[in-house]
Structures are given as structure tokens and as C-alpha cells.
Design a binder for this molecule. Structure first.
Ligand code: PLP
Length: 423
């Protein structure tokens, strides 16, 4: 095989041997992608969970082109600019009141790495250098860098890199009727006194299989952290920007995190940008004439002005357009459609959190590597629907401009997939 000729581009999470053809996309608008050969494809996963209002929202497009001609990029150490200043100010208005400082980066994974470094730096700089343990939740996902893999679920995706990963303590996913076990496990590990932070995806564990747990459990976990002085890190990279029905998932639980990570929908899904927000105590612990206490982190494109301008435009859309109402409508529509799936005995565990709906197709072999995932993907692709099942878990996470007719098509195809592949 001349792989150099055949696959000059190595695509993410893609096994080229079983999926040799990439779909060329030429355009996007609203909830649709247009392929090079003119097919209109419904974007049922918001282009990997990033697009919120819809593709190419005119206000975001305008903000990007306007900013690109004015100030494209500048070093952010020792310098600042209006898009970053305006964005930070607006973010601190809409995020939980506990958060008072904004650190910029450029991807969800990086925002989590920054959160972990902030937590360790906080304990180091306050004379508690023995607090280094990170506690995580079973089935969690926080990214694909070495550090974020370390705090995520271990499995076939990262087995080869295991020797490079650091040790963490995992608490069980809060299963219905057994959430007490999770709370008790967190309580137990926190009594060790060496825990720096607990990191969790609030309400929905995305890549771990769209697993959902109630706000009360999140609030209980936060209370345990508070009682033991353990920093609570909310990874809202996926759940943020309306997916769960409120702007941020923590708000549904009345939880005020010590550190929070936001990315994906922060620019409406148009450009890469991320932020890690923290409590003033964490900033203060790094604030010193002693330069060894500096927060030693940066990436080349920290707070890129064009990306910040896109995010400012996104926040203006949130403040000036009826986004919350749109999300509530989408959640209602999802609810009506999944009500029918509940009667379909080919599907298990039909669930919803805000705009996200998920269900498990009953199949004999249901691991991520079972053949059913790629088969389902191809099945939906033939119907011009972009859905990307996680193993046998089907989920629909569409942009907020999705109509009831769009969803009807999606759920008809899902029901048909159930008849075709279910057991
Ligand atoms: C996608 C995701 C990440 C990683 O974000 P990238 O931008 O892909 O690096 C981290 N945490 C959660 C919860 C995510 O869903």
C-alpha cells in the first residue's frame, strides 16, 4: 500500500483502513452542511458539539471578518486588547459568581490542563505541597492530551499511552438509585487529606456515553469537596453554552465551582478558543513578588483577538436574542420525539438533559469497538444525517436553530436503524 499517496491527511479518531473515504464539505449554514457534490447533510451532532446557534451565524461571521482586518494576533504576555478585555468582562457577568479571573487558551483539553495546573499551583503556593491527588469520575472524558487522558476513563483509546499517565482516584458514576455510593466514595477519598481537586463534567458525561445524572447529585459532590477543602473543577467544555437547558450546567444545581473550563460553544462553534475561570483565592495564591509563584503557562495563540471577537459576538447573541427560549423549545421538541423511542423496545435507557437526547440500541455486542457504531454511522450518512454513535449509544445534539421537521427526519431514521440493527 502506498499510504503516503492515499492518506496524506491523518484524520482524528479515524481508522483509515475501515473508513477510507472522507466526506468533503464545502459549506455550512444553520443546522446543515453542504457536501462538495451538493448534498445537504443535517448536522445532528453540532459538528462534534461545538456549534450552538447554527453554522455561520451572521453576527459571528461579521465580528470575525471585522476583527481580522484590524488586529489579527498579538503576544498576550505583557499585552492586552479590547476583544479579550470585553470578553473577560462579559464572561464574569454570566458565569457563576464564585469565579473572578479568566485564563485564556485554545482548546478544551488545554483549558483542563490549565485547571489542573492551577489546582496544584494553588496548593504548592499556599504551603500544602502534599495535596497532589486528583479525583475523577468513572466514565469521564476531559480530552486527549497526556494529562487529560490521565483524568479520563482508561480503555482501548489510551491503553498504549498508559505508561505516561499519572495516577488518579476514580469514584463510580452515580447510577440511578445508587448515587449515594458515589458521594460516599468521594467522601472517603477526601478524608485522606492529599486530594488537590475533584474534576467532573456536570450533569452529562459526554464522550463516556452521554451518561446523565441529576443536579442534586452534583450539589452533593460539591458539598463534600467544600467540607474537605478540595477544589471543585467543573469541566463545562461540552455542557456549557446551553446544551443542558441553562447557560451552564452548574447553574441547574446551584453549584459554584472553584475552577471552571469552557470551550466548544464559547465562539458559537466558529473558532478555537477556551477559558479557565477560577476563584480569587487561586489567583491570589499565585500573586507574589516571588517570581517562582508565577502561573507558568501559555500557548502561542493565547486569547487570539479574532477568536475573542467571535466569542464576544456569541455572548451578545446570548444577551440580545431569545437563546434561552430557543433552547427550551428545542428541549421540548426532543422530549416529544424521545417519548416515542421509549415505547420502542429495541432501545434502552432513553434519556434527555436539555437539548441533548440519547438512547442505547440493544445489540448483542455493545462495546465501542463493536461493529455497530460504524455501521450506524454509514446508515445515517446514506440518509444525509450526521450522527456519530458512541458504540451502541445513539445521541442527538443539534444546533439550536433545528426545527421539529429536522428532528422528525432524524428520529424516523433512528427508528429505522433500530429495526435494521437492533436485537
Ligand atoms: C471535547 C471535550 C474536551 C476536550 O476539548 P478539545 O477542544 O477537543 O480539546 C474536554 N472536556 C470535555 C467534557 C469535552 O467534551
Amino acid at each position: 500500500m502506498n499510504s503516503k499517496r492515499q492518506f496524506p491527511i491523518w484524520h482524528p479518531f479515524t481508522q483509515h483502513a475501515v473508513m477510507p473515504e472522507m466526506t468533503p464539505i464545502a459549506q455550512s449554514e444553520g443546522a446543515f452542511l453542504t457536501s462538495k457534490d451538493g448534498r445537504r447533510i443535517f448536522d445532528g451532532i453540532s459538528s462534534w458539539w461545538v456549534v450552538t446557534h447554527g453554522h455561520c451565524h451572521p453576527r459571528i461571521v461579521d465580528a470575525i471578518s471585522e476583527q481580522a482586518g484590524r488586529l489579527d494576533q498579538v503576544i498576550f504576555a505583557g499585552h492586552t486588547h479590547e476583544p479579550a478585555e470585553e470578553l473577560a468582562e462579559k464572561l464574569l457577568h454570566v458565569t457563576p459568581a464564585s469565579l473572578s479571573h479568566v485564563f485564556f487558551s485554545d482548546s478544551g483539553s488545554t483549558s483542563v490542563e490549565v485547571a489542573l495546573k492551577m489546582a496544584l499551583g494553588y496548593w504548592q503556593n499556599t504551603g500544602n505541597a502534599d495535596r497532589t491527588r486528583i479525583v475523577v469520575m468513572e466514565n469521564g472524558y476531559h480530552g486527549d492530551t497526556i494529562g487529560t487522558m490521565s483524568v479520563g476513563e482508561r480503555g482501548v483509546f489510551n491503553a498504549a499511552y498508559e505508561p505516561l499517565m499519572f495516577d488518579v482516584t476514580s469514584v463510580p458514576f452515580p447510577r440511578p438509585n445508587d448515587a449515594d455510593a458515589t458521594v460516599a466514595a468521594l467522601e472517603l477519598v477526601c478524608t485522606r487529606g492529599d486530594v488537590a481537586a475533584f474534576i467532573v463534567e456536570p450533569l452529562v458525561l459526554g464522550a463516556g456515553g452521554m451518561l446523565m445524572y441529576p443536579p442534586e447529585v452534583l450539589a452533593q459532590l460539591k458539598a463534600v469537596c467544600e467540607a474537605h477543602d478540595v477544589l471543585f473543577i467543573a469541566d463545562e467544555v461540552m455542557t456549557g453554552w446551553g446544551r443542558t437547558g441553562s447557560m451552564f450546567a452548574c447553574q441547574k444545581a446551584g453549584v459554584e465551582p472553584d475552577i471552571a473550563c469552557y470551550s466548544k460553544g464559547i465562539t458559537g462553534g466558529s473558532l478555537p478558543l477556551a477559558v479557565t475561570l477560577c476563584r480569587s483565592e487561586i489567583f491570589d495564591a499565585h500573586y507574589s513578588k516571588d517570581r517562582s509563584k508565577t502561573f507558568f503557562h501559555s500557548s502561542s495563540y493565547t486569547a487570539n483577538p479574532i477568536a475573542c471577537a467571535a466569542a464576544v459576538a456569541n455572548l451578545k447573541i446570548w444577551l440580545e436574542e431569545p437563546v434561552i427560549e430557543r433552547i427550551a423549545d428545542l428541549a421540548d421538541m426532543q422530549n416529544r420525539h424521545i417519548a416515542q423511542m421509549m415505547d420502542d423496545d429495541r432501545f434502552d435507557n432513553v434519556r434527555q438533559c436539555g437539548t441533548i437526547a440519547a438512547m442505547d440500541l440493544k445489540v448483542r455486542d455493545d462495546g465501542y469497538l463493536s461493529d455497530v457504531g460504524p455501521k450506524l454511522y454509514a446508515f445515517f450518512q446514506e440518509r444525509n444525517l450526521l450522527l456519530r454513535p458512541l458504540g451502541n449509544t445513539l445521541y442527538v445534539m443539534p444546533p439550536y436553530c433545528t426545527t421539529d421537521d429536522n428532528l422528525a427526519e432524524v428520529y424516523n431514521a433512528i427508528a429505522e436503524a433500530g429495526r435494521t440493527f437492533g436485537s
